[in-house]
Design a protein around this ligand. Structure first.
Ligand SMILES: Nc1ncnc2c1ncn2[C@@H]1O[C@H](COP(=O)(O)OP(=O)(O)OP(=O)(O)O)[C@@H](O)[C@H]1O
Length: 319
């Protein structure tokens, strides 16, 4: 059916950002600590389209949890704006359009699994979704188990069930598979994929490269509160723009002048030393090889395409 002009106008008024589930513009968050201000999020611009599964990848302390707290309206940005389906995060939470599986808290240890699901379903007016959600998250067999007796992975599945109760259009997951074994991880992501096919948007924070690689078509890499790279996960390894050149430096000379010289090469992303072995990451691999062999007396030269891990290390360490 073709949309009438009135219907289009009504839709744009309800969501001025069609096709976009989540948008962050110039978002910053500064905490005031005893040691002075700490900029946990230092200016993030990003958007996530409806139906995408996106990995929010970064090392510890990168600012993932702080960003997620702001997306959920749990804390306000110091500056910048966040919109969820064109609404403020709080309005989207109230409308049941966004929900989350968070790392900490949230479960009462003395309730059983079913009592927990039933209590939260009552809050959302979603009693009719209890069976479906419990089946989907594979917790029916745990119905009568006390939360305190559930393993870490089982508690994660329960949290996942609670997050699905309002039938959110956008699901945010902070390290969702922590504590799950390999089989549970695969089952979990299988469910997620199915949900995404049905139109649910998923953003998950992780510091596991493999998890981004295996389950997200797109990865937003963050470090030190900034977006370092954003693109298809299978291209992340080339986002450093080049290869890794490694070689063994001569024993009879100090390494530091050689490292300083290598750092002057154009567009070098990182220079690292382990023992006498130096590795240079960057797009100008020929120039690095030439300098190593002819200028620095290095031997055992190797040039390799970056692994996802080396791309990740180079991008996060280079700042
Ligand atoms: N309430 C707070 N007060 C002061 N500093 C904070 C607060 N919350 C977070 N930080 C700091 O902000 C930075 C970003 O933390 P955040 O928890 O967002 O990172 P993360 O990427 O989620 O890390 P992890 O993977 O370890 O959970 C860290 O340096 C952290 O110590």
């Amino acid at each position: 059916m073709n949309e009438t002009t009135e219907q289009l106008a009504a839709r744009l008024e309800a969501n001025p950002d069609p096709g976009i589930a989540l948008r962050l513009d110039g978002v910053r968050k500064t905490f005031h600590t005893a040691l002075g201000p700490l900029e946990a999020v230092a200016g993030i611009d990003m958007s996530v389209g409806t139906g995408e599964i996106v990995a929010f990848l970064g090392p510890n302390g990168a600012g993932k949890t702080t960003s997620i707290d702001m997306m959920l309206g749990l804390t306000a940005p110091t500056s910048g704006t966040i919109s969820v389906f064109g609404k403020s995060p709080r309005a989207a939470v109230e409308a049941g359009e966004i929900s989350a599986v968070l790392q900490t808290g949230g479960l009462l240890r003395d309730l059983t699994v079913r009592e927990t699901v039933t209590a939260i379903a009552a809050l959302h007016g979603a009693k009719d979704r209890i069976e479906e959600v419990m089946e989907r998250t594979n917790i029916l067999s745990l119905s009568r188990r006390k939360v305190s007796k559930c393993s870490g992975g089982e508690q994660q599945r329960l949290k996942f069930a609670l997050a699905l109760l309002p039938d959110p259009r956008l699901l945010i997951l902070d390290e969702p598979t922590a504590g799950m074994d390999v089989a549970a991880r695969h089952a979990f992501w299988g469910t997620m994929r199915q949900d995404a096919l049905e139109g649910r948007t998923v953003l998950f924070a992780t510091h596991y490269l493999e998890e981004a690689q295996d389950f997200a078509e797109r990865t937003i890499l963050i470090g030190a509160g900034r977006v370092l790279a954003d693109g298809p996960t299978n291209q992340l390894r080339t986002m450093t723009g080049g290869h890794v050149v490694s070689a063994t430096l001569p024993d009879d000379r100090p390494a530091e002048p050689a490292l300083a010289a290598l750092r002057t090469l154009p567009r070098v992303v990182s220079v690292r030393l382990e023992g006498r072995r130096v590795s240079i990451t960057g797009p100008e691999s020929d120039a690095a090889a030439l300098m190593l062999l002819t200028g620095l007396g290095a031997r055992e030269l190797e040039i390799t395409a970056p692994t996802l891990e080396s791309a990740f290390m180079a991008l996060t360490e280079a700042r």
